[in-house]
Write a protein that binds this ligand. Structure first.
Ligand code: 6R9
Length: 664
């Protein structure tokens, strides 16, 4: 193990290696590389047999499957297609009559610090009661329900209740705008919405129901019959007679038992929207059987989950991480988990560390952006440095959502894990359903900044543009060569886009992740080098450049043209940089500042605050080739503040490069 390398060198040639601590490995579910390799070999020898074994061991089937993988119509793969199960029964009912029934399922800490706990038995009763409330309003198997909820026990209850009756949920993150909510209601064909009057974030009461009302007012939402409103705070909100029901009204008189409806393994459990490289967000459709299998199995393998663990995934249920590692995986495994409503910086940037101490958290899973912002806070204010709290309950750390830079990795390892907790850097995507490439903490020697090796059965590879595998050490396109159970099944309502986006013909039918990657020469470890399409990763949130461009040009009174690119940012990973041509010509001084502010607010309204461009630059035009194509490469250099070294001879209008260098 080598230590002190300069920061620059450490990014380029990462050569520190951290083997699993012996006592950790000794007790781990997957202990040592030989055991990992044996599982990989099993999958290699008998791919379907391997997955069938895991599916039988991990999932309770109401009707056992006899088929494993149906490849008759690629890329529309089916898994365990003649089996039946219920996802909620696999998370809750399964534990009844076992010691888990009285175990704490969720430790909820509210924004203001109040703590509520529910056991598995209580959670089952609450889910069942709410499922009955859904049924009483006519929601049934096959219907789509939009969930727009704060991070609360009720958010998890809403998802589980939908699953229980076979309704397909589509959760929208509480930071998205009315427009985004409306588009998703329409695209998914929702007949009911589950929301809250308000959400509490950073001490502020922020509206949710009012945004749903605004969404409905935008039109085309006639199919919505009911809006269920959880009374998160005592403040009243607008309620429409006949359509809107408070939780209290909806639950009154409903029984706390509700039979879980068995569904086919391929039945859509949920549709979760994510940004793509073109146009509007894609409704990523997941099936039930394969998803439940992998959410549980990866939870147990990657986090080496034990009965005594207190797990905390800080992701919101509005993202895939909050689906697989809050709403489903930990429950299917019978774990105790923390659900946190608030933000890492309220009341101060010590909140995460304080909560780890308070709840004796043993497995902590968060995003590099959060780590980087807390490093910055700790460095400028001693009082929020993690050393002020007792973090000795921790035994494992995780990272997700974006590449973690080796410096942040080392800080996390030293200051939070005290050099005794392995860090699992988990690479995966909304479309994957669960972890794909990740260390196994009792087996894999860790290298900072590397997500190391694919889980057993995941055929990840790096290829060139013709789909041919390339040697270790050279960068290329990340693909998955074989279908796996928790993979995306379709883009809701758009099978053509599904095929084109994820299984382009030139890649031999492999799944295209959309990321670039390189494998190390010595160990074959994967390192993700970032998106290779027009998708940005801002604070671990996926944003399509086209989506932001469409939002900008939708401001038709002001904007003539817009182009959006990403630039590296120390804190958020990438930052959004917009180049805008106004109808009235290039503004200067105060006017430019004012319009930039107006455009930022506009984007926040169109998509959500997370899509607000950090930089906005104005020009009389955009750099274009003579054939009229925007030269995005040039824009990326301008955004970074780099000198333009590219060939600009094909550029129609070189003079505008100077204009576009000014930041407002
Ligand atoms: C789970 C999740 C997926 C994109 C993915 C990649 C990036 C996620 C990563 C990572 C490097 C990791 N990403 N985990 N990059 N190392 N450990 O984040 O899903 O929101 O769909 O984002 O995030 O670029 O393609 P999602």
């Amino acid at each position: 193990m080598s230590t002190a390398t300069s920061p620059i060198e450490s990014v380029l040639v990462e050569n520190r290696v951290f083997p699993p601590p012996a006592d950790f490995a000794a007790k781990a579910r997957i202990s040592g590389m030989a055991q990992y390799q044996a599982l990989c070999d099993e999958a290699e020898r008998d791919y379907e047999g391997y997955w069938a074994r895991l599916a039988r061991e991990n999932v309770q089937w109401t009707k056992p499957f006899t088929q494993v993988l149906d490849q008759s119509n690629p890329p529309f793969y089916k898994w365990f297609a003649d089996g039946e199960l219920n996802a909620s029964a696999n998370c809750l009912d399964k534990h009844m009559g076992t010691p888990v029934e009285n175990k704490t399922a969720i430790i909820f800490e509210a924004d203001g610090g109040e703590v509520t706990k529910v056991t598995y038995k209580e959670l089952l009763a609450r889910v069942s009661q709410f499922a009955n409330a859904l049924k009483a309003r006519g929601v049934q198997k096959g219907d789509r329900v939009l969930i727009y909820m704060p991070m609360t026990i009720e958010g998890v209850v809403a998802m589980q209740a939908c699953a229980r009756i076979g309704a397909t949920h589509s959760v929208v993150f509480g930071g998205f705008s009315a427009k985004a909510v409306q588009e998703r209601i329409v695209d998914v064909g929702a007949t009911a919405v589950i929301t809250a009057n308000y959400q509490m974030r950073g001490g502020k009461e922020l509206p949710l129901k009012a945004i749903v009302d605004d969404a409905i007012a935008l039109g085309s939402c006639e199919a919505i019959k009911t809006i269920f409103v959880y009374e998160r705070t005592a403040t009243a909100c607008n309620m429409v007679e006949g359509r809107d029901l408070s939780f209290a009204q909806a639950l009154a008189g409903q029984a706390t038992e509700c039979e879980a409806v068995p569904v086919n393994a391929e039945h859509p459990l949920f549709i979760l929207y994510t940004s793509g490289s073109t146009g509007k967000p894609k409704g990523v459709q997941h099936a039930t059987g394969g998803y439940v299998l992998w959410a549980k199995q990866t939870f147990e393998w990657t986090f080496d989950a034990k009965d005594s663990d207190v797990f905390w995934c800080t992701a919101d249920i509005g993202w895939i991480t909050g689906h697989s590692y809050v709403a489903y995986g930990p429950l299917a495994a019978g774990a105790t988990q923390i659900v946190f409503e608030g933000v890492p910086t309220f009341p101060n940037a010590g909140r995460f560390w304080q909560m780890i101490e308070r709840h004796k958290c043993s497995i902590f899973y968060t995003a590099p952006t959060a780590i980087r912002s807390l490093i910055k806070a700790a460095e400028s204010d001693e009082s929020v440095h993690p050393k002020n709290w007792d973090l000795s309950s921790l035994r494992l750390l995780g990272s997700v959502g974006e590449p973690i830079n080796p410096e942040a990795w080392m800080w996390y390892y030293k200051n939070i894990g005290k050099e005794k907790c392995p860090i699992v850097d988990t690479f995966w995507q909304t479309e994957n359903g669960g972890h794909m490439i990740t260390p196994l903490p009792g087996a894999t020697p860790l290298v900072p900044g590397s997500c190391t090796l694919p889980l057993p059965g995941i055929a990840a590879a790096i290829v060139d543009e013709a789909g041919n595998e390339i040697p270790n050490g050279s960068g290329g396109i990340l693909v998955v060569k074989k279908p796996w159970p928790s993979m995306i099944r379709n883009i809701w309502g758009d099978p053509e886009r599904f095929k084109k986006s994820y299984f382009p013909e030139e890649l031999k039918g492999y799944y295209l992740a959309g990321d670039g990657a390189v494998r190390s020469e010595d160990r074959g470890y994967f390192r993700i080098t970032g998106r290779i399409d027009d998708v940005l990763n801002v604070s671990g949130h996926r944003m399509g450049t086209m989506e932001i461009e469409s939002a900008l040009v939708a401001k038709t009174d002001l904007v003539a043209e817009a182009a959006v690119v990403g630039r590296p940012d120390d804190l958020t990973g990438e930052a959004i940089c917009a180049f805008v041509v106004l109808k009235r010509g290039k503004p200067t001084g105060e006017e430019a500042k004012q319009i930039a502010a107006e455009l930022r607010n506009w984007v926040a309204k169109e998509i959500g605050p997370i899509a607000k461009p950090k930089d906005i630059r104005f020009g009389d035009n955009l750099p274009k080739t003579r054939s009229g194509k925007i030269m995005r490469r040039l824009l990326r250099s301008l955004a970074k503040g780099e000198a333009i070294t590219q060939d600009t001879s094909t550029l129609e209008n070189p003079a505008i490069l100077d204009q576009l260098s000014e930041v407002n």
